[in-house]
Design a binder for this molecule. Structure first.
Ligand code: NAD
Ligand code: WQD
Length: 348
């Protein structure tokens, strides 16, 4: 019997890629999203890419904090597990407006946990973040490292992790997998779905992409005086399809009766500097990215990359793609959809 998975925030960047992998893997999915940071076109694209398995997806436009509406979704289907992506994620905005971040991310999660418990579904996969490591003293980051929030967004992730640990302590029927993502980039190789940020992109690769398609004149490099190989910050970039597959691995893990509340890094274990990433993108796209060197961005840690051992052992999962494939697929999506899902001349 196909398993039923509820995917909250499943129209967004990582969610849409995960829903596609779920459908292709034979799962039935119910997707919930308020479309606050996503386009409904992504739902149609995922359905199309999934072929006949696209019929195994239904979509509900609703806000996670709307408990009554969520109850109706749970009343309609018995879910084997929930994957919870929904949240606000712009670090800078969270510093300016902490309360909407805590309201959306914390209230949304608490509402979800209450409704899950009421309907006897106690299997959860949650999107945490490498931001939980703050400025790590050494690398690679293992899951046992001390946690440190650098901003309200990061704090919301730490709070949710703690809430999940407490919920499991209170009731051992809960099985919860907390996935700490490193830096997701790239797109599905079809070029039909990808990241489509609203406004000025906060993250490196969406910004680079918008420079390449002519939407912005140059990339500002935040900090060239770090103690790294070329003076720029080092991160662990991970292909979004690898990340999506990590969620399928986490669902398999939930079948293990020994699972309680566990945390896993999803990264590649490789550190890449800003300038190396730009060079890889230039190679993949054939576009020159003009650079403007600037001061450090407040709050940026110098070097962050994952220890992948625990996920390799515990989830039997390992990232397959490197930065060349990430940049190839990022460019394939962007060149076909220079203005994202709303591109006037989209070739999709
Ligand atoms: P995204 O914004 O593309 O996706 C989140 C989705 O949740 C969006 O479609 C949005 O409309 C939806 N949503 C937000 N609040 C909601 C609510 N109250 N009710 C219903 N839907 C709601 O972001 P993403 O990059 O796909 O990230 C997914 C998750 O992974 C987030 O929780 C994010 O914090 C986490 N994460 C992302 C990154 C990253 O760099 N992209 C890194 C680490 C962790
Ligand atoms: C990478 C590097 C920037 C933009 C963020 C969140 C983290 C997680 C992933 C959700 C840094 C530099 C960037 C630009 C630049 N998200 N940069 N010019 O900061 O590692 O992580 O996204 O959980 O919580 O903080 O990723 O892509 O923003 O930046 O030079 O225009 O690129 O300074 O060194 P980061 P990023």
């Amino acid at each position: 019997m196909a398993k039923n998975i509820l995917v909250i925030g499943g129209v967004g960047y990582i969610g849409s890629h995960t829903v596609l992998q779920l459908l292709l893997g034979g799962y039935k999915t119910v997707v919930v999203d308020n479309l606050d940071n996503a386009s409904e076109i992504a739902v149609a694209k995922v359905k199309e890419l999934a072929g006949y398995q696209g019929n195994n997806m239904t979509f509900h436009k609703l806000d996670l904090r709307d408990k009554a509406a969520l109850e109706v979704v749970f009343a309609g289907t018995k879910f084997d597990a929930v994957i919870h992506f929904a949240g606000l994620k712009a670090v800078g905005e969270s510093v300016q407006k902490p309360l909407p971040y805590f309201d959306n991310n914390l209230t949304g999660t608490i509402t979800l946990l209450e409704v899950m418990a009421a309907h006897g579904c106690k299997n959860l996969v949650f999107s945490s973040s490498a931001t939980a490591y703050g400025w790590p003293k050494v690398v690679p980051c293992t899951e046992e490292f001390p946690l440190q929030a650098m901003n309200p967004y990061g704090r919301s992730k730490l709070f949710i992790e703690e809430i999940c640990r407490d919920v499991h302590r209170s009731d051992s029927e809960w099985k919860i997998i907390l996935l700490r993502y490193f830096n997701p980039v790239g797109a599905h190789p079809s070029g039909k779905i990808g990241e489509d940020p609203r406004g000025i992109p906060n993250n490196l690769m969406p910004f680079v992409t918008q420079v390449a398609v002519g939407r912005r004149p140059a990339l500002t490099v935040f900090g060239t005086d770090y103690s790294t190989k070329d003076g720029t910050v080092v991160r662990d970039y991970i292909h979004v399809v690898d990340l999506a597959d990590g969620h399928i691995a986490a669902l398999h893990k939930l079948d293990d009766p020994k699972v309680g509340c566990e945390v896993y890094n999803l990264g590649t274990g490789k550190g890449t500097s800003v300038l190396e990433m730009v060079a890889a993108f230039e190679k993949a796209s054939g576009k020159k990215i003009p650079l403007v060197k600037s001061g450090r961005r407040p709050g940026d840690a110098e070097i962050v990359y994952a220890s992948t051992e625990k996920a390799e052992r515990g989830l039997n999962w390992k990232a397959r793609y490197g930065i060349d494939e990430m940049c190839r697929d990022q460019w394939n999506w962007a060149s076909k959809n220079p203005y994202g899902y709303e591109s006037p001349n989209s070739t999709n």
